[in-house]
Design a protein around this ligand. Structure first.
Ligand code: HEM
Length: 143
């Protein structure tokens, strides 16, 4: 499966006698599978003519045995194909998500730390007021 094909080269093989498919950046020669395909040969021919069969293949929700069958029809891969989860844009968003995930727990733990301190400060202020200010007031009244 070492051969690299261009999409235009694959698009030359869309007939009943010569049918190739592009699925997830890999090229499959399904000519001998057309008649045996449980989903019918038309499904494969249409997918072949559409250029990239990945979406239609995934939409069907093929079984794992179907996926392992694919190996026997594999003839190569598409030039310059970058896996969606390895594309730079996807990597950036993953990194951003990771950074956000790393930042949020630390900021929430900072709040977790600050909140009891604020409550304590209020409690202390209330205690101080009730103990000293109230006493001072009653002291003045006594005078
Ligand atoms: C090398 C490529 C492919 C292989 C090896 C393959 C294999 C299979 C197999 C084994 C099944 C039986 C059900 C299962 O096990 O999931 C199936 C069903 C089917 N396939 Fe594919 N398939 C391929 C590509 C495609 C593509 C590109 C389409 C495009 C629409 C397609 C459409 C269908 C449909 C409609 C069914 C019938 C599902 C059903 O009736 O439940 N297949 N295929």
């Amino acid at each position: 499966m070492s051969k690299i094909y261009s999409p235009s080269e694959v698009s030359l093989h869309t007939s009943k006698k010569d049918c190739w498919l592009i699925i997830h950046g890999k090229v499959y020669d399904v000519t001998n599978f057309l008649e045996d395909h449980p989903g019918g040969e038309d499904a494969l021919l249409h997918a072949s003519a559409s250029g990239d069969a990945t979406e239609s293949f995934e939409d069907v929700g093929h079984s794992s045995s179907a996926t392992s069958m694919m190996e026997s029809y594999l003839i190569g891969s598409i030039e310059g194909y970058v896996k969606a989860d390895k594309a730079p844009a996807a990597q950036n968003s993953t990194q951003k998500a990771a950074a956000a995930a790393a930042a949020s727990p630390s900021s929430s733990s900072f709040l977790d730390f600050l909140l009891p301190l604020i409550v304590l400060a209020f409690a202390f202020a209330a205690w101080y007021y009730l103990t000293f200010q109230a006493k001072a007031k009653t002291g003045h009244q006594e005078l």
